[in-house]
Design a protein around this ligand. Structure first.
Ligand code: MGD
Ligand code: MGD
Ligand code: MO
Length: 924
């Protein structure tokens, strides 16, 4: 460790921490020094180019830029000398002369103007450059006006060094110097991914959120009248953000310094907020009109009154509860089921499962985790006794080798991806394993584009190398694992040479990657849906666990197993017990002692039989075993596999209550629709992929008569005979801490204060443990279990009739079933129509061009959509996002389940592509 430096700041002796600059020391001590090209936000390299932060160093003839200059022992620094002050003022005067008039400033509140005010520089003695204002309003989210640009270079660093998107550059020299997008393209047609980091970094308003600029004049249009700190409602990264609000509408969003995002956001978090204000929001309770068939789903969400009638809350809750109670009383609780939400808060998820268990009297409660990481959680609990990540994704910063398999983080966990890219720039080696090329490929040292569905073959080959070349950590294996001999024996047959043919990766490459992973000081594995959503999803994860356990790449900094959790609160909703086999904290419903504990806590008899899972519930409806459902914040009519089957099930229900913010494809089958709260409208906590429990705050009023989700659940509970008296989510959280040992030492008040606390946590004044299992595992034996996996082919292979493979997944701009993002203007502008991605060679073979319409068919059904040529897709594969209702991917997917995790095979089925006649004719 370098020794602390002692120097004099404005006459006072002070200490600099290792690496600190003069500016940082001054700032820490409350001495303000102007700055423009410098950002104190983490990840920004000081550049020292604008000279706004000059200070005087005794004995030196020229002033020093304090943002970049580091103090030395005994140095005497004067931040307020006349020469420093006048130099800084001169910088501002020169810059003000070049800026648009203050009255016409693009952002009169910009950092630049704030400092100009503080330095009392309102006018310039210098004539301004008469450059014609350059306006580029080609991007739907951001307004570019380079007449305000001071070439401070912050946006370039934001784009290249922080988010590592490499779109913005500095072109030309001298006076003509300017920032450009790609090759001086308009921003809207550049390769910009709209993370908006540049907008957040820009100190002058040259780059602005388009919502705050009058796009006719280029002048500032609106300032927020209040700000509320919260968490992003989209993915499991859990970025902390601030809602900038005017007249109770979100005007813009800024990233905050949360532990998982350090001020960064992606396009959805920053620009995808306006779904909450969309005219389709449900604002009144609805009851299905008498005689309207459930098969008639041609309903305009803007005018649902053709099929539903408005109802008072009183009536809607009464009808909703009565219908559920009648089925419970006549047929028993197991004739009911509930789908809770991973988009809501922990408190809502907890109340929902409590209602189903105590009010319905069944464990038939599940949620989208079943379609997501259910297989990962099954394998993790079996192998290491816990389903959550062993280390936060920030651990990638300390890793020597980072493995990303079956995940596409630049689109699906974009802010996490920025830290992966930062790690690569720092020297980490990145191994990407994905049948499809993806943006991380460019950063990878090894890109294994293997054959889809062949994970076990590939991973067993890696394990074979680890075992046969003695790359395993003998000491670690002996001390911390069990069943190693069985695994060793098992993987012997899976030589790289034999697996090469099955997985399509050369034996050499397999050997190299196995050695790299095993030998490195610290290797970490991240995985996603490409691993979990298979009929052999649990086996895939067993292999990953075996890799980490045999090599001891777990429990230390820079190592671990990290299933990238998907929804903003899927970790929390699972922890809270929205799972049919377990109570909160994964406590088995089948263990009498555990049941007694919850019976005491909840004052209710509890069912001791495991409930059914998402897809099983749909099957049970077809079989006549389930006839009533309550669905809160999920859209299974779009997200379940084989939705034809799922929709028929929904239509078949005697009684369906749907609680959502929109009239979704699912709500169209409802008997009662309850209008609920969107994320920015509620107080509540959410748990991200890093096990960080974070506070979300109510920023907006509810629209119309919509109510808080937690309140609606409680009101239904009371109508079902329970006696709930919660007055606020904080009461619910307090009860949760009694039901869930994982939340020990985390209280509502603490979260209000600290915004985010990681579990497990040892004391109320201690941070939680980011890295777990450095010393054994919470299994019965304290050891990690190695479970061998044999190759099982995907459930449905291509054949003559359906010769291609269909895989489904996500796009950056859209969220799952599109309910939210297709109602967000910027996101919908960026990706407006249903597309499927294919290899250009396949399109040519079929006589198709990118942009042509085509039909994709499987044994379950067909859809029609637009072809998009993509070199990242290997031949023989079709990739479809599942967010487009007009061409729903899940009409096509195979509902076959993994026997352990009960997750469907969304990532593989046989399919056929046919050009549509108009397209074929046009091509002739
Ligand atoms: N923009 C956006 N972000 C999201 C979401 C969203 O809807 N939109 N959803 C969130 C949720 S809930 C989740 S779970 C995550 C999911 O995040 P990811 O897991 O990244 O999502 P996917 O796009 O479904 O699939 C990941 C990758 O699996 C690859 N793949 C396909 N078949 C195979 C295979 O056989 N083996 C392997 N190893 N890989 C394969 C695909 O090519 C794809 O690149 O994203 C979260 N973030
Ligand atoms: N083909 C295919 N299908 C898949 C997948 C795949 O990769 N391929 N992935 C699967 C995965 S990983 C997942 S996680 C699932 C996701 O499946 P779902 O969870 O069904 O998808 P979402 O669109 O996120 O649905 C969330 C619903 O909640 C509503 N909502 C949002 N916020 C709130 C709120 O605060 N309160 C209430 N009451 N409602 C709210 C939205 O309007 C929307 O209707 O999809 C699965 N389906
Ligand atoms: Mo998910």
């Amino acid at each position: 460790m370098t020794e602390a430096i002692r120097f004099f700041l404005d006459g006072e002796e002070v200490e600099a921490r290792p690496g600190e600059t003069i500016w940082q020391v001054a700032n820490r001590r409350g001495t303000e020094i102007p700055h423009l090209c410098y950002s104190p936000a983490p990840g920004y390299r000081p550049d020292g180019n604008c000279r706004a932060c000059m200070v005087e160093v005794e004995g030196e003839r020229v002033l020093a830029a304090s943002c970049i200059r580091k103090p030395q022992n005994g140095m005497k620094v004067n931040t307020a000398s006349e020469s420093a002050k006048s130099a800084r003022k001169l910088v501002f005067e020169l810059l003000v002369g070049d800026q648009p008039d203050r009255k016409e400033a693009h952002d009169p509140d910009a950092k630049f103007w704030q400092w100009a005010d503080k330095l009392d520089v309102t006018d310039s003695r210098f004539p301004g450059a008469d450059a014609a204002p350059e306006k580029d309003f080609s991007h739907p989210a951001m307004a570019v006006q380079l007449d305000a640009c001071i070439q401070c270079n912050l946006c370039v660093r934001a784009c290249r060094e922080v988010q590592v998107n490499d779109v913005i550059g500095m072109a030309m020299r001298g006076h003509a110097e300017k920032i450009v997008f790609d090759f001086d393209d308009p921003m809207g047609s550049s390769t910009c991914v709209a993370c908006g980091e540049c907008v957040q970094a820009c100190p002058t308003g040259a780059l602005m959120p388009a919502t705050q600029v009058d796009l006719h004049t280029g002048v500032f249009a609106a300032a927020p009248d209040r700000k509320v700190d919260s968490v992003c409602p989209y993915c499991g990264v859990g970025c902390q953000l601030t809602y900038n609000i005017k007249d109770d509408k979100i005007l813009s969003v800024t990233g905050r310094d949360g532990p998982s995002n350090q001020n960064r956001l992606c396009v959805k978090g920053r620009f995808g907020f306006d779904y909450v204000h969309h005219e389709d929001r449900l604002t009144v309770p609805l009851i299905r009109r008498e005689g309207v068939s459930k098969h008639d789903v041609d309903i305009d969400p803007e005018n649902p009154l053709t099929h539903f009638r408005r109802a008072s809350w009183e009536e809607a809750l009464e009808v909703a509860a009565k219908g559920l109670a009648r089925i419970r009383d006549e047929r028993g609780g197991d004739a009911l089921a509930g789908f809770g939400s991973a988009k809501g808060s922990n408190e809502e998820a907890y109340l929902f499962q409590k209602l189903v268990r105590t009010g319905f009297g069944t464990n038939n409660v599940d949620h989208c985790t079943r379609l997501c990481h259910a297989s990962s959680v099954t394998a993790l609990i079996e192998g290491i006794g816990s389903g959550a990540v062993t280390a936060p994704f920030m651990a990638a910063q300390d890793a020597e080798v980072i493995v990303v398999i079956g995940a596409n983080p630049t689109e699906n966990h974009p802010v996490a991806a920025t830290f992966f890219k930062n790690a690569v720039e720092r020297g980490a080696k990145l191994v990407v394993m994905d049948p499809r090329g993806q943006a991380l490929k460019r950063f990878s040292t090894h890109m294994l584009q293997f054959k889809p569905g062949r994970d076990v073959a590939m991973l067993n080959a890696l394990l074979n190398v680890i075992v046969t070349e003695n790359l395993y950590d003998q000491q670690y294996v002996q001390a911390n694992t069990q069943d190693f001999e069985e695994l060793k024996e098992h993987v012997k047959d899976y030589t790289p040479e034999r697996m090469e043919e099955i997985c399509g990766i050369s034996a050499d490459e397999l050997r190299t990657v196995a050695r790299l992973y095993a030998r490195s000081e610290a290797s970490i594995i991240f995985w996603g849906m490409g691993v979990s959503q298979h009929t052999h999803g649990t086996d895939n994860v067993r292999c990953l666990i075996s890799m980490a356990l045999t090599t001891g790449q777990i429990g230390r900094p820079g190592t671990g197993l990290h299933p990238l959790r998907g929804q903003n609160n899927v970790q929390g909703a699972s922890d809270a017990g929205l799972i049919p086999m377990v109570f909160p904290d994964y406590q088995s419903v089948e263990t009498p002692k555990i049941r007694e504990f919850y019976e005491d806590l909840w004052g209710s008899k509890l069912p001791g039989k495991r409930g059914l899972t998402v897809v099983e519930i749909m099957d049970a409806i077809h079989d006549g075993k389930i006839s009533g459902m309550y669905i809160m914040g999920e859209n299974p009519a779009m997200s379940d596999p084989d939705v034809g089957h799922a929709r028929e099930a929904l239509a078949k229900l005697d009684h369906l209550v749907v609680q959502d913010i929109f009239l979704t494809e699912t709500a169209k089958y409802a008997d009662v629709v309850l209008p609920a709260s969107a994320w920015p409208e509620k107080d509540g906590t959410a748990t991200n992929t890093n096990r960080q429990v974070q506070m979300g705050r109510k920023a907006l009023p509810l629209p119309g008569e919509a109510r808080q989700d937690w309140e609606i659940v409680a009101q239904l509970a009371n109508r079902l005979g329970l006696n709930w008296t919660y007055t606020h989510p904080r009461d619910v959280f307090a009860e949760m801490t009694k039901a869930m040992p994982s939340l020990a030492n985390i209280t509502w008040e603490r979260l209000e204060r600290e915004h985010s606390v990681t579990y497990p946590c040892d004391a109320p004044d201690q941070p939680g443990h980011e890295i777990v299992f450095g010393n054994g595992f919470p299994t019965e034996t304290g050891r990690g279990r190695l479970v061998p996996a044999a190759i099982i082919p995907p459930a449905e292979e291509p054949d003559a009739e359906y010769p291609m493979v269909l895989t489904t997944g996500r796009q950056l701009e859209h969220w799952h079933t599109g309910a939210m993002t297709r109602r967000a203007q910027v996101l919908d502008d960026l990706e407006p129509e249903a597309v499927a991605y294919m290899a250009p060679a396949d399109l040519r073979r079929l006589g198709l061009n990118g942009g042509d319409r085509m039909r994709v068919a499987t044994r379950r059904g067909h859809v029609e959509l637009v072809a998009r040529a993509d070199y990242a897709v290997p031949t023989g594969l079709i990739f479809m996002p599942f967010c487009y209702a007009e061409a729903a991917a899940n009409v096509l997917t195979n509902p076959q389940l993994d026997p352990f995790g009960k997750i469907p095979e969304f990532k593989y089925c046989a399919a056929r592509v046919e050009p549509l006649r108009e397209a074929a004719q046009a091509a002739e």
